[in-house]
Design a protein around this ligand. Structure first.
Ligand code: FAD
Length: 428
């Protein structure tokens, strides 16, 4: 069979086999357990925002696109309570303190040089300006909690020109692709999955992240395909031919394996972000607050275990190779990439299928949060170890939930590749 992806990954001293065994044997089971907890299963989202780019011509009537929101009493009160979940309670106090100090232009001289520098940065720190994706207004009456375990990402039947229009505008207009697609949209005119030749490494990396996300979505719909649909039963499972059509080297003129490599690349970037976020979560004041202290503590410990594991991965992608050139150019490039990613997160409001929109929004927000972490290294390093110093970096509950769930999707896709490998071997 020719769906194999093996050996070294470009742009990183890491091979696919090392990632497979690390993910499948060590990280995946722990992550699954964490994502079943109440803190991570309830995600607040606005699904009925209008598309800001075009008038959506069709309204998806597919049954499997429906999303069932939670009724208020299904969500633990601790999660619903805004005072605990915008930031942790202590972080909120710290932030207020910080705002006061900034107002007065004062910096605590007892702090180390590095912390002071980061605090001065923080005085200019504007959360909006650091964000890589649009965050729904949690207080909007249109935003609702969704139980992710009851609304799994799987085959929905969403396809054709509407779906292509989304992928097309992501790649064509927001992925630095040196090509244009003529209308009517033709999926065969999509670009090669290795990204633009001759492009700078950062833009190529950005393209590969999006392609990896696309691959992950398509692996999920192949692994949880609607195999049987009768009035008394629906059966979901692996569809080998769907998987082959999308990823077999011969059937995709060599593109399939490249797309899978992009998935591994995305995995490495998100894994790196988790490792870098460890000091933030190690802070005393950061809690996974649901209002049930014992459970919250247990899940915080499991989260820290996962982040330690991510940190222990021996062959991390070295993101310092990105944006390493001239400072001014690097800053401009970084801003270009941030704005492109912001746009991609807006495009998610144009996805007609609500189930696809839910997971599309969650995964772009998760990846946006990963990028925010990777680009905030200095602020994270300067985080105070005790709770009486001010924070220089923040993540709110939405960002934390989307970060871990988005990584959970990629980790599951890598695990699913193992399942498909066995099924294809049997099929052979
Ligand atoms: P598409 O996947 O639509 O791809 C269009 C073209 O892009 C292809 O012809 C190919 O040239 C190129 N391409 C494909 N994969 C890659 C890649 N990895 N990298 C670079 N280029 C690539 N469907 C579901 O059933 N369930 C879901 O949960 C779901 N979620 C979605 C979320 C979003 C945000 C979007 C936009 C679509 C989603 N879909 C979902 C639809 C699904 O992704 C496909 O669009 C659909 O199955 C039609 O597939 P296709 O074979 O026509 O090619």
């Amino acid at each position: 069979w020719s769906v194999a992806v093996t050996g070294n990954l470009d742009d990183c001293a890491c091979d696919v086999e090392t990632i497979d065994s690390f993910n499948n044997d060590q990280l995946f089971p722990k992550l699954q357990a964490l994502l079943e907890s109440d803190y991570f299963r309830f995600y607040k989202v606005t699904l009925n925002k209008p598309c800001p780019f075009w008038t959506s011509s069709s309204h998806c009537g597919l049954r499997d696109c429906a999303v069932k929101p939670c009724s208020p009493n299904e969500v633990p009160e601790g999660i619903r309570s805004p005072s605990h979940n915008k930031y942790s309670a202590e972080a909120n106090e710290q932030q207020e303190e910080c705002e006061k100090t900034n107002h007065l232009g004062a910096v605590d001289v007892s702090l180390s040089e590095e912390t002071r520098e980061a605090l001065l940065d923080w005085s200019k720190y504007d959360d909006e300006a650091q964000r890589f994706c649009v965050v729904d207004d949690e207080d909007s009456p249109d935003s609702q909690y969704v139980d992710l375990l009851l609304n799994p990402e799987r085959f929905t039947g969403y396809k054709g020109p509407e779906a292509w229009q989304i992928w097309n505008s992501i790649y064509e207009e927001n992925c630095f692709k040196p090509y244009t697609v003529k209308r009517p949209l033709n999926p065969n005119s999509f670009p090669s999955s290795s990204g633009g030749e001759g492009q700078c490494v950062e833009k190529r990396a950005f393209y590969r992240l999006i392609s990896g996300l696309h691959a992950s979505i398509n692996i999920h719909l192949s692994a949880r395909y609607l195999l049987q649909d009768s009035w008394f039963q629906k059966k979901w499972g692996h569809n080998i031919s769907e998987f082959k059509v999308r990823f077999d080297s011969e059937l995709t003129a060599g593109e399939g394996p490249k797309r899978l490599r992009n998935l591994y690349f995305l995995y490495l970037i998100e894994l790196r972000a988790l490792a870098k976020a460890l000091p933030f979560f190690q802070q005393h004041g950061i809690r996974l607050y649901t209002g049930r202290p014992e459970e919250d503590q247990k899940h915080k410990e499991l989260l820290l275990e996962i982040l330690q594991l991510a940190k222990s991965f021996p062959l991390h992608f070295d993101e310092t190779s990105l944006f390493a050139g001239d400072e001014k150019e690097a800053a401009k490039l970084r801003e270009d990439i941030r704005l492109s990613f912001l746009n991609i997160s807006r495009i998610m409001d144009c996805v007609d299928c609500f189930k696809c929109r839910l997971w599309g929004k969650l995964q772009t927000q998760g990846l946006g949060t990963a990028l925010k972490i990777l680009f905030s290294e200095r602020q994270i390093k300067a985080l105070p170890v005790s709770s009486d110093h001010r924070p220089s970096f923040q993540l709110n509950r939405q960002e934390i939930v989307s970060l871990l769930n988005a990584f959970g999707r990629i980790s599951t896709s890598i695990r699913e590749l193992k399942n498909f490998r066995s099924l294809l071997a049997e099929d052979w």
